[in-house]
Ligand binder design. Structure first.
Ligand SMILES: [Fe+2]
Length: 145
């Protein structure tokens, strides 16, 4: 079973934003799977474990890069449609990207950052953001067309 199941309730009513969000959820599920595989290994470091950690770092980087592109899409929509709450929304995006970049740097440096902690943080942030700021943005955009 997926770590996080996409639900219609997550939709904000804007096709591009909704499909990006589904891709973010899919990447989080991949991250969870890679982390599960990593935890299933023996305690001894071995090649498989190294590969799983590399995979985890790769997915985290993908997630960060995808979020950068997705946030830029939302931000362009906000600017184009003169969204009144744009500055707070931009700030929330910037803060999340900083946090994810810190996770990646720490993880790659071998500092102990539990993937479950990262996932818990990302999941809580994403669900809260999608069902809060992004829902408000979707409603505003729908009112503009
Ligand atoms: Fe957003």
């Amino acid at each position: 079973m997926a770590y996080l199941e996409w639900q219609p309730a997550f939709e904000v009513g804007h096709d591009r934003i909704d499909s990006d969000h589904q891709a973010l959820v899919a990447a989080m599920n991949q991250l969870h799977e890679a982390a599960q595989r990593g935890q299933g290994q023996d305690q001894d470091r071995n090649q498989d474990q190294d590969q799983d950690q590399e995979e985890t770092a790769r997915i985290l980087t993908f997630l960060r890069d995808y979020a950068v592109t997705h946030f830029a899409t939302e931000e362009a929509l906000m600017l184009r449609h003169k969204y009144p709450a744009a500055s707070e929304h931009f700030a929330a995006h910037a803060e999340l990207l900083l946090q994810v970049s810190d996770f990646i740097v720490d993880y790659r440096a071998g500092r102990v950052v539990g993937v479950d902690v990262m996932l818990g943080f990302l999941q809580a942030w994403l669900m809260n953001h999608i069902q809060g700021r992004d829902r408000d943005l979707g409603a505003y955009l729908r009112g503009r067309v």
